[in-house]
Design a protein around this ligand. Sequence first.
Ligand code: NAD
Length: 304
Amino acid sequence: MGILDDKVAIVTGGGRGLGRAHCLALAEAGAAVVVNDLGAGVHGERTGDSPADEVVAEITKLGGRAVANHASVSDWDATEALVADTVAEFGRLDVVVNNAGIVRDRMLFSMTEAEFDAVIAVHLKGTFALTRHACAYWREASKRGERVAGRIINTTSGTGLFGNQGQSNYGAAKAGIAGLTVLTALEMRRYGVTANAISPIAATRMTEGLEVGASLEAGPGGFDPRDPANASGVVVYLASDAASWLTGQVLRIEGNRLNRLEGWTVSGVYPSRSGEALTPEELMDAVPRLYGAAPAGRATGVGQ
Ligand code: NAD
């Protein structure tokens, strides 16, 4: 018995890298998997190959259940059909892993409108589109009195949470996905649906040539801290009934370590002296104090 027996999952961008690892892990845990991947290059260009079919063949060979889907996640109608086709094929839908992604890195002062739009379309709109159609399906099922245990598992990134130069399109999309996760959790809790996001680190095509996870140490016995499969155990856990209590969270996976992340929190407060609205004059003294800088000094940088 696997912990996901009888569950049905869709994984977007499931043909390569992290998505492929998630598909294999979900199938191994007993889920039927719809492997979505349109076969794109790292910048979103069509490659003409079909990594989704290759992953389906791998899963089937191992005795699992899987079918391929070649829609682009940023296609509204195609993602609606993806949900409908999944239900037609397997009778239900339980888990959506929004993972598909591309990059078009450039410093923001040189970034083109097309580079910004393309990245937002795949990550942010793609995550929204499939989430929206899946949530409509779960809401209807819940209204019919069916037991719903829906799971949205989104993919954010350290770039969206902490920043990284040259990735303003990608970071904005990933920060948007973290926010969308919180909103999805709030709106869907009453229908039995949870929404969480992972922030993984992995050596994949997307991170080729980058020093991703350079500080992560290899473990004993040849453990590879940059193996995409390191994030998949968390995906399987979040997909399971055991995680029904956890929603609206961002979980960061660094090799064999899981970090609990907290979002924006209030870490200081300055009430105006007068009790009226803050004035620019008062703020000249108050803001540096609030940020721990000497008055007339300036705050240090952001990010890392
Ligand atoms: P990858 O390039 O190996 O895989 C991405 C997959 O998405 C590809 O198979 C591609 O064909 C598919 N894809 C692209 N556009 C698509 C579309 N419109 N519709 C359907 N499929 C599409 O990259 P990866 O590193 O495995 O990235 C997976 C996810 O993890 C992405 O969302 C990425 O931003 C995120 N992420 C990766 C890392 C990392 O260190 N690799 C870190 C943080 C977040």
